[in-house]
Design a binder for this molecule. Structure first.
Ligand code: DON
Length: 304
């Protein structure tokens, strides 16, 4: 039997002693206020054992981690038709890059770069009368936890400063790849990104990807094929222009957010979430990546 708790404790002790913790994101002004010294790590095995350390029960802004849950919701309603409007190739460029979108006629490379996530947001806005409430309820149901909320200050802060996302949405609109008004789609998208969750809640919400599409309560939310495919997109696109490096160091499908969270999973085995707000130059949590590299190295549990 692996002693997961002492492995997590060792990683925690090692990682928080690092001097260079990266840089907190400041392009969303409200995110810059967070204390860089937060560090949380939470693991849940497929059969329900849970292990946590540090700030694993403190809510933080999940940001781009929400893109995976939004994709799952859209795929569960629309199936593979969403692929008419989106690719599944890594972009090799930062998450907010615009040049490829122009060159490739408004079809985003994948659903995790911002332009792709804005297309998914448009699909969700078309599907529901109240998309913000529907998305929140979807995540609460996956997690079995009603104590999950949007942070309205963070949504407002990004709405006031998200100029590149407005540019991306306008480009999508000009190519005919946005059904709803730019303002309406981004109003939803900024709120979706401003969802706050703890490491433990994120770990629970991602159980469906480690469990062939069935959530914590064994309800089928995605087909096995959809779960397999979303894991593949996490592996190849979850860390933008650092997806190769993450596969190389950690070896798991996963997703990062500029709030400093990273969730990663080994299908049929476990989900693990880290939170450390300091980011590296590619916008992924510096200590989070280090912690996950240590976890898969110490446990020898990666997809490779
Ligand atoms: O759209 C944005 O820029 C943010 N709401 C989310 C970006 C993000 O989390 C990128 N991930 N590392």
């Amino acid at each position: 039997m692996m002693d997961y708790q002492s492995i997590l404790n060792d990683i925690h002790a090692h990682v928080i002693s690092e001097k260079d913790k990266g840089t907190v994101a400041s392009y969303i002004p409200e995110l810059a206020l967070i204390d860089i010294n937060n560090f949380g790590l939470h693991l849940r095995t497929k059969n329900g054992e849970e292990y946590g350390v540090g700030d694993c029960n403190k809510p933080f802004s999940i940001q781009s981690i929400s893109k995976v849950l939004a994709l799952a919701l859209a795929a569960s309603k629309k199936g593979s038709t969403i692929l008419n409007r989106l690719g599944v190739e890594p972009s090799g460029h930062p998450f907010n890059q615009l040049a490829l979108l122009e060159i490739e006629n408004g079809i985003p490379r994948n659903p995790f770069i911002n332009s792709g996530a804005i297309v998914v947001a448009d699909i969700i806005v078309s599907l529901f009368n109240d998309p913000k409430v529907e998305f929140l309820n979807y995540v609460r149901n996956l997690t079995g936890d009603d104590n999950i909320h949007y942070n309205l200050n963070i949504a407002k802060s990004e709405k006031e400063t998200g100029f590149r996302n407005y540019a991306a949405a306008n480009l999508l609109k000009s190519f005919g790849n946005l059904e709803n008004p730019v303002e309406e789609v981004l109003d939803y998208y900024f709120m979706q990104c401003a969802l706050e969750m703890t490491c433990q809640q994120i770990t629970k919400s991602f159980h469906l990807f480690a469990n062939k599409g069935k959530c914590l309560f064994e309800k089928s939310q995605l087909s096995e094929q959809q779960a397999k495919r979303i894991n593949a997109i996490m592996l190849t696109c979850g860390f933008y222009d650092e997806a190769g490096e993450f596969a190389f160091e950690v070896g798991l499908p996963g997703k990062s957010g500029v709030g400093g969270g990273i969730v990663a999973l080994l299908p049929d085995h476990y989900v693990i979430t880290t939170w450390s707000p300091g980011l590296n130059k590619k916008g992924n949590s510096k200590l989070g990546m280090l912690a996950l590299e240590q976890f898969t190295t110490k446990t020898q549990l990666s997809i490779f």
